[in-house]
Design a protein around this ligand. Sequence first.
Ligand SMILES: Cc1cc2nc3c(=O)[nH]c(=O)nc-3n(C[C@H](O)[C@H](O)[C@H](O)COP(=O)(O)OP(=O)(O)OC[C@H]3O[C@@H](n4cnc5c(N)ncnc54)[C@H](O)[C@@H]3O)c2cc1C
Ligand code: FES
Length: 278
Amino acid sequence: MAPAPYRVRRVSRDTHDTVTIELEPPHDRVPSGSAAGPRFAPGQFNMLYMFGLGEVPISISGDPAEPDALVHTVRAVGAVTRALRGLRRGAVVGVRGPYGSAWPVDEAAGHDVVIMAGGIGLAPLRPAIYHLLARRDRYGKVVLLYGARTPADLLYTRQLERWRGRFDAQIEVTVDAAPPGTWLGHVGVAGTLLPRAEFDASRAVALVCGPEVMMRFAIADLRHRGLAPEQIYLSMERNMRCAIGLCGHCQFGPTFVCKDGPVFRYDRLAPFLGVREF
Ligand SMILES: Cc1cc2nc3c(=O)[nH]c(=O)nc-3n(C[C@H](O)[C@H](O)[C@H](O)COP(=O)(O)OP(=O)(O)OC[C@H]3O[C@@H](n4cnc5c(N)ncnc54)[C@H](O)[C@@H]3O)c2cc1C
Ligand code: FES
């Protein structure tokens, strides 16, 4: 599948190294009266292509109910993501997708939902949060436990405040460290928020995304709290090339992260998590 050219509609700066980019297809590609962007499920990703530089997988971070804006949040770590961070309104980006598996938001209906996010890991979880909050009466308790390195690294801060102001979801935020006098909130890794989270472990589903070390600790903490492996879902953000199960770049055993993942149920992934190459 060749990348389709999308135009940058808006870029907003989240932190010193992270931006949120809103894309729209060129107008001549959209039949009048139809939504501009492709439909996607929470947790899916697109391959974003910077002409002359390369292509990277980036999760869709927007609201699945608003597909006319294709939204991605990008942290600049290397050549392609740095170029994405530097995009301005009107620039053109190649887009392939959406690809991959989704967070189990429909299966979670009737359950408490605990979301644990670390750093940029909040981006792939945001569409799931939009989905849950838009159908709030279908779920039990909804809890978000979000950790970042410092207060300056927190994503979507205004939106976190708005979600907190709804009073129908527990939103807890923590940072690993904060310069003295800059932060009145919790300090510690995301797992240290778990004891204050109000949910029933016997009927909870957990959605976890963040750096791999954070996810390992989060799983241990959730297991300690009483969740079974089948109640925990993770998104594995491994390097990719084709994104459609052809090149083997993301393969481990019989599994391809690009098409069987990135969202996996923990019991299906557990045998591989200790494997060095994985
Ligand atoms: C399914 C999926 C969804 C993703 N969603 C997002 C997202 O929403 N926002 C976002 O900013 N990034 C996301 N990523 C990570 C993003 O794809 C990488 O940061 C990007 O490929 C780096 O490319 P680069 O050319 O900028 O840097 P490179 O030069 O390729 O890499 C720079 C550094 O980042 C490390 N790195 C590269 N890829 C990854 C990765 N996947 N995970 C951890 N470290 C990596 C490299 O080892 C290297 O140290 C996602 C990855 C996957 C697989
Ligand atoms: S990226 Fe090519 S098989 Fe998954």
